[in-house]
Design a protein around this ligand. Structure first.
Ligand code: FAD
Length: 342
């Protein structure tokens, strides 16, 4: 991005938190380099293509109320939808505040991943780079990558699920007091996991008359997202099923979980739902922050030797989810630009 200078802030994680941090740094005139272990950007704000259709399988819509966040969503060059408009069932939503008064809900026909893809435009990115360790040095911190190479930074940022950030903090040995305190804070709660099943049905399958269903009678399925309703004219019915956090935790390593979800889908929707023409399972080990575990702001730690280490992500702003991830990244960028922790 033009107008940036100095040694880059190295950001680990190209999810919404890492990308919003990088953009805000670049807007403030500071170079940022974003690393991610995945093939693409977005992390849990995830969309994949199935039979030519984009399908969301992490968060299935975006929601929030911070005017700056809503303006960032409005800036995405994609087909904006006021979705979900038709909500069925009275089971508990993943994030109850998504339906509280004043909350704005959005989706994109191209998939929710259009948002992080837009945030990533013009940024320096390196994909398929997994960071496996942190080594504080004299004025810098060295990030060890899984290919054995190192990348040095005066300021590094971990923009990951809290458990993944903790794994990296655990590699700072011996742990300086600031790192030990950060780890103690992160240990106070763990994120919920979620099993998600994407199911593509043939043209004969009936189209549900709703966008999202939260079945009140299921211990297994928390949400059914009618993905093809985001893409009018789509010849195939595509649904994403998300399992309840407690059921997901119990069945994370059960190879039969996709079958169990489809059997439950048949009970909820009708026998046709048991037999999609293709089904694609995805296990989210760290899907969502427990609302009780949210922290007020991102961390900025001073390491021995003088380097700075920031920690951002959806745990590090009130409200959780994508809006919190976005806000935490920007808040951390503001603190780095202000020279805090130097
Ligand atoms: C099934 C599901 C449903 C959800 N529903 C909602 C909802 O209704 N509303 C809502 O607001 N939010 C929801 N969320 C949560 C929302 O998606 C997340 O809160 C948000 O996307 C988190 O963004 P992040 O940038 O903090 O983390 P992430 O998106 O997890 O980004 C972290 C990135 O770091 C990368 N990474 C991890 N470890 C390493 C490493 N060692 N080296 C390099 N890269 C690494 C990952 O590949 C990832 O791209 C849901 C999530 C899931 C999974």
């Amino acid at each position: 991005m033009a107008g940036t200078e100095g040694s880059p802030v190295v950001i680990v994680g190209a999810g919404v938190a890492g990308l919003s941090c990088a953009r805000a740094l670049a807007e403030g005139g500071r170079r940022a380099l974003v690393l991610d272990r995945a093939h693409g950007v977005g992390g849990r704000c995830a969309t994949r293509a199935l039979e030519g259709q984009p399908v969301d399988y992490g968060a299935v819509f975006l929601h929030g109320r911070d005017p700056a966040f809503l303006a960032a969503l409005d800036a995405v060059p994609a087909t904006r939808l006021d979705w979900p408009a038709d909500v069925h069932g009275s089971g508990p939503p993943c994030q109850p505040e998504a339906f509280s008064p004043g909350e704005v809900r959005r989706a994109f026909a191209e998939g929710v991943n259009a948002f992080p893809r837009h945030l990533a435009e013009g940024l320096e990115l390196r994909l398929q780079r997994k960071v496996v360790g942190l080594v504080p040095g004299d004025g810098t911190v060295a990030l060890r990558l899984d290919d054995g190479s190192f990348l040095e930074a005066e300021t590094a940022v971990l923009a990951l699920a809290a458990e993944q950030a903790d794994e990296l903090l655990a590699t700072v040995l011996p742990a300086p007091p600031a790192v030990a305190a950060a780890r103690a804070l992160l240990a106070t709660a763990s994120s919920h996991c979620a099993l998600a099943l994407l199911a593509v049905y043939g043209p004969a399958a009936p189209r549900p008359p709703w966008h999202v269903s939260y079945p009140e009678t299921s211990r297994i399925v928390q949400l059914v997202s009618h993905e093809s309703s985001k893409r009018p004219g789509s010849p195939l019915l595509v649904l994403t099923y998300q399992a309840h956090p407690a059921w997901s935790r119990q069945h994370l390593d059960d190879p039969d979980w996709p079958r169990r979800v489809l059997d439950e889908a048949a009970r909820l929707l009708g026998p046709w739902a048991a037999d999609p023409r293709t089904a694609h399972p995805h296990r989210w080990r760290w899907a969502r922050t427990d609302l009780a575990a949210e922290l007020a702001r991102p961390l900025l730690l001073a390491l021995p030797g003088g380097a700075r280490l920031g920690v951002a992500g959806d745990r590090f702003a009130p409200g959780g989810g994508i809006e919190a991830a976005w806000r935490s990244g920007r808040a951390l960028a503001g603190r780095v630009l202000a020279g805090e922790g130097a």
